[in-house]
Design a protein around this ligand. Sequence first.
Ligand code: SF4
Length: 412
Amino acid sequence: YEQWARTNVYRQRQAGYAAVTVALPLGDMTSDQTRRVADLARQYAGGDVRATVEQNLLLRSVREKDLPALHRALAAASLARPGAGTLADITACPGTDTCKLGIASSRGLAAELTTRFAARTGELDPAVESLRIKTSGCFNSCGQHHIADIGFYGVSRNVGGYAVPHFQVVLGGKWRENASSYGLASGAIPSKRIPEVIERITARFVAERRESETFQDYTQRIGKRALKEMFADLAAVPAHDEAPGFYSDWGDPREFTLGDMGVGECAGEVVSLTEFDFAAAEAQLFDAQLRLEEDAVEPADQLAYGAMLLGARGLVKTEFIDVGDEPAAIVREFRTRFFDTQLFFDKYAGGKFGMYLFRRHESGPRATAEAAHRLIEEAQLFLEACHACQARLAARPAAGLPPPPPAAAQRA
Ligand code: SF4
């Protein structure tokens, strides 16, 4: 009771009354529990229940003298879980469980982290215990990762011909003050290493924070580069034969694939699969620039090339959703569908930007910093051309569509 009262009960301004959070792991509850909450709300909270953005329920205006009885009743329904508003109270979107835009299992990751941190409620440093973790299956942000202290969104990376589930780490977002700032993207880490990311950043925060420094201030102070470096060793993926667990997602023992993706069903779909690839391409190009600043020529070259492939794939997906991840297939489909048809051509530059992709694809990696720098600039222009092409396609009248059937045929 003491632990529950510490984390789940808030004294109201009205003397003698409190608000009680019913913490729901992953926001889930059974129909029996739902009926029970309704009964308890009628009995103790004036019949009023509020759903929170953190996927919990709130019972308001509970008389303080009723708190022990309410706790007993909630506990009998397995609803008296402590830890509301702590590191163990994680928000997650549906992710790959039910959303066709989901890349990685946001709910699987959240379930794993909930189990780990719930077991440590009360043991964590207070500055860490009050942090919020939020996870999204993709960057559409339905899991609110961008405003979390520690946020994650699902991405995929190709390793040795296999798709490997990753999460992009986003640190130092602000959920207080009306979610007034977004976190810093700090690198993509294999899903199975995300718990280590949290252990590491929270330990460093406790050890290095200045007096009363917030997590947001700490992440801003040490900066994006230091954050990336903090996790650099965790980004490596062991070979498939050595550690096959890296090639499946949390809560799903099957080998990871993007084959289930398609047109999104969830209300959060604000980004199409094409835009999805475009945004990933831009993130990758940004990483290429960072790596080049560190004189890492080969990774910078690979990232810039990868960014162009993502841009090309995004366009191809407007016509052929199953294009896959293979560079040769992406380049072939892009050439056939967008270059040879001149759909990609710029009014003034013609097919020049498309040639940047073909040249890099055919001639292989750039060996010097200068050449890698030029490739990054070319990749930027190529991505701009992809966006322009998509905009032209979207603005076209639906001329390519078959004429609607005659009214008689429709009736038939
Ligand atoms: S579209 Fe929304 S619900 Fe679906 S995976 Fe992406 S963030 Fe989650």
